[in-house]
Design a protein around this ligand. Structure first.
Ligand SMILES: [Zn+2]
Ligand SMILES: [Zn+2]
Length: 786
């Protein structure tokens, strides 16, 4: 019984072919191969739960590219991995603990980490299963995790080397902190939104006079940390004010007035209250004027011991108390509503607090220059091209990067402290330290912070290949040929990987970067897992089939636009897969002669063609042209265009099969069989990178070639098939197919049913007679014979 006598059942064949490919080792890289190589390292998904809709897009695009290279006989490496994702993962577990009425401090560090490892096992398995379900042709034998010993070795080596070169340093700086998570957070972990706040005008008495200076502030709780008032030197209203002193209300402390160009004269009264421990601009002003910052909030957003009777109050309560006091002492001149852009923690939605703290930093200045040079010399090419400029801009604007996090899930910082007589000695070492490097004291404390998850991520492109060891894989597959990633991690990841790659390997880490569009849900919102708006891709896979989901995603990935894949796109791709299946059923009945080029030799000009021969020449010409189109589009990383060209061709190919079916009525000659099988085989091989499962199933069932379509040759153009005359002449014949379609709908025939059911065949021919009398009707001889 032909396998095509069954309806198309994608679930069963997907798992069957995944098993087959992995057992045969088709996706395993072979560093000793003499073939050209093609390598990619997957941006590791976070181990926070499962994949979201953005991942299938990235996987589909990367897989189309790598599968085609494999079919072009390249030695391919697509290395998979998973990111431990620091704070993001920690928060998933903290949320669960909160539901149980606990927190990480009550549980203790060790037990808490055990809980995270358990989550890692579960989520890691889910992610691997999902990546396999998506048909990703990964080399699973080289799978990596960012918190495994090999990566820890790379992280420690990088930290210690950078510290020795003075690029990693410990210092006091304003960092964005989440008072709920009690840790520093980086820019991509902050979401900004406009909220209704207030701006307060506070009156400061000018020392030694009865005049007052009115200054504006938005966060009264930081007022006790004020170190100065500041005015812009260009501001005519305040000429002569700098150098004078004012009295800070509430406590009576004297503050200097300084003049600094960073003050925005159009904001509020134009006089700023400088609170350097709680604002980045103020911190910079204080540094320029030699002012010592005074911290009033601790890392959990609570007023500290410096604040007298306010100590212990939460920042929001403290604000109210201070406003009440300012009002009662008549120091508050006014308060009015004000739209403010504030940052919130992406993980827990708490208001971010800029806080002065001692942290570890990576100095940007020595790293950005080489990265910018490499981009300007086009050693890395971006698609779309405009992202190169964005990357350069972000590098130029890069501040020092705070890499320490006051959390527990991550790479420990390899630093030990010796604290005696008010001094702090720091020893940084790759191994355990038992003696202070400066004073040889032995009372040491290990730094209990961990590194920002982006620190290990910035080493991933080469550490995943074995760095710092000089492994065979590193020699062969680095720099990688392509990185495919979303625009949201260009700054925290792509540009930092570029800097670290150049520093540690003296090479750019990747030669091309494809920035994918963002996947939005049907309401146009960016999908996000931690906000609970993620869509489980498995639901779409189960409903429409992986092939259909992949094709719809690939086709929709137009550079520079947002991707919204709705049920209509998915259903359209599913219909294409079903039509292909029905086409295969026809090909299976058509005989098994193979395609021989002598059968399609050009005819002498002027000799009339019969319709069938015209159709053969047309489909071969189109199959040649589309191979060139698809190949060059993928080479240019325009997978969307390749998908579009392929869809058009497949529709034509399926029309061609209907034409053959109509005209031969089941009695095809060897030439027809050869062209049908040859053209169909080319269609399948072109489609394989997009729809790997159905193409393998059909290709094997029809015995179209060797062991697996996944290592069959990717079709190239065949110039001798090019036949523009046949392409032009086909328009009439293709309208036959439209007539058949019309017949199907007039007689209300299910589109998945076969055309050669006598009923619609006859209906179609009746309509043909009525409407297309001038179309030649060859094949009568077959009729007579059959
Ligand atoms: Zn938070
Ligand atoms: Zn010491």
């Amino acid at each position: 019984m032909s396998p095509f006598s069954k309806a198309f059942e994608f679930t069963e064949l997907e798992s069957r072919w995944t098993r087959f490919w992995l057992e045969r080792g088709y996706f395993k890289a072979n560093p000793t191969s003499s073939a050209a190589r093609f390598s990619m390292v997957l941006p590791p998904p976070n181990v926070t739960g499962s994949l979201h809709m953005g991942h299938p897009l990235g996987v589909a695009l990367q897989d189309v590219i790598v599968r085609r290279k494999r079919m072009q006989a390249h030695d391919t490496l697509w290395l998979p991995g998973i990111d431990h994702a620091g704070i993001a993962t920690q928060n998933v577990v903290e949320r669960k603990l909160a539901e149980e009425g606990q927190d990480r401090w009550s549980l203790g560090r060790e037990a808490f980490l055990d809980r995270i490892w358990a989550l890692k096992e579960e989520s890691g398995n889910t992610i691997v299963t999902q990546l396999k379900d998506l048909g990703g042709s990964f080399d699973w034998s080289r799978m990596r995790f960012t918190l495994e010993p090999q990566l820890t070795k790379a992280v420690i080596k990088a930290f210690v080397d950078l510290h020795r070169e003075g690029i990693v340093y410990r210092g006091e700086h304003i960092v964005n902190s989440c008072p709920r998570c009690r840790t520093a957070v980086s820019e991509p972990e902050i979401r900004y939104r406009e909220v209704e706040g207030k701006v307060y005008t506070v009156s400061f008495a000018l020392a030694g006079s009865n005049r007052h200076v009115r200054a504006s502030l938005t966060r009264p709780e930081t007022l006790l940390g004020a170190c100065a008032l500041a005015v812009n030197p260009e501001d005519e209203r305040y000429r002569g004010l700098a150098g004078k002193k004012v009295i800070l209300p509430l406590v009576g402390r004297t503050l200097p007035i300084v003049s600094d160009a960073a003050v925005d004269q159009h904001s509020g009264t134009g006089v700023a209250v400088v609170c350097p421990a709680h604002d980045l601009t103020d911190f910079d002003i204080a540094r320029r004027h030699g002012l010592t910052p005074i911290a009033v909030l601790d890392s959990s957003g609570v007023m500290n011991e410096q604040t007298g009777r306010l100590a212990g109050l939460d920042r929001f309560r403290a604000r109210k108390e201070i406003v009440v006091y300012l009002r009662s002492s008549r120091a508050l001149e006014a308060s009015r509503p004000d739209r403010q852009l504030l940052g919130y923690c992406d993980r827990c939605d708490a208001l971010i607090e800029p806080i002065l703290s001692t942290q570890w930093f990576v100095r940007s200045e020595p790293l950005v220059g080489p990265a910018i040079d490499a981009l300007e010399r086009e050693e890395v090419r971006f698609d779309p091209e405009a992202w190169a400029a964005t990357c350069i801009e972000s590098l130029r604007a890069a501040d020092d990067w705070c890499i320490s996090r006051q959390s527990w899930w991550g790479h420990p910082i390899p630093a030990w402290y010796c604290r005696r007589a008010g001094e702090e000695h720091v020893t940084v070492s790759p191994g355990t330290v038992t003696e202070c490097a400066q004073c040889h004291g032995t009372a040491l404390e290990r730094d209990d912070d961990v590194l920002d998850t982006w620190f290990s991520a910035s080493l991933w492109s080469f550490a995943a290949l074995g760095w710092p060891d000089r492994t065979v894989d590193l020699e062969r597959y680095y720099p990688t040929d392509l990185l495919v990633t979303g625009p949201d991690i260009l700054v925290p990841w792509v540009s930092r990987t570029l800097m670290m790659g150049l520093l540690f390997t003296s090479e750019v880490p990747f030669r091309r970067v494809l920035i994918t569009p963002l996947v939005k849900d049907e309401r146009g919102q960016k999908m996000s897992k931690s906000r609970g708006t993620g869509v489980n891709p498995l639901s779409a896979l189960e409903r429409y089939g992986t092939d259909a989901v992949r094709f719809a995603l690939a086709e929709s990935a137009v550079p520079g636009a947002d991707v919204t894949v709705g049920s209509r796109d998915l259903a359209r791709s599913q219909r294409l897969a079903a039509r292909l299946w029905n086409g295969a059923r026809f090909v299976a009945t058509c005989g098994d002669a193979s395609l021989e080029s002598r059968l399609v030799r050009s005819r002498a000009v002027g000799e009339p063609l019969d319709s069938l021969e015209l159709a053969h020449r047309w489909v071969l010409s189109r199959s040649s042209r589309v191979a060139a189109e698809v190949g060059s589009a993928i080479e240019q990383l325009r997978v969307d265009r390749a998908g579009e060209a392929l869809r058009v061709f497949l529709e034509e190919l399926l029309d061609y099969l209907e034409i053959v079916r109509l005209l031969t009525r089941g009695n095809s000659d060897p030439m027809t069989q050869g062209v049908v099988r040859g053209a169909f085989d080319r269609g399948l091989r072109l489609l394989h990178p997009f729809m790997p499962f159905i193409t393998e199933e059909i290709w094997q069932s029809l015995s179209l070639g060797g062991d697996s379509i996944s290592v069959a040759a990717f079709p190239e153009a065949v110039p001798e098939w090019d036949d523009s005359g046949a392409e032009a002449g086909m328009s009439t014949l293709r309208s036959v197919v439209d007539v058949v379609r019309g017949a199907r709908s007039e007689y209300n025939v299910d589109a998945t049913r076969r055309i050669d059911d006598e009923l619609h065949h006859d209906c179609a021919l009746d309509l043909l007679d009525e409407r297309l009398l001038r179309v030649p009707r060859p094949g009568l001889a077959h009729d007579a014979g059959g």
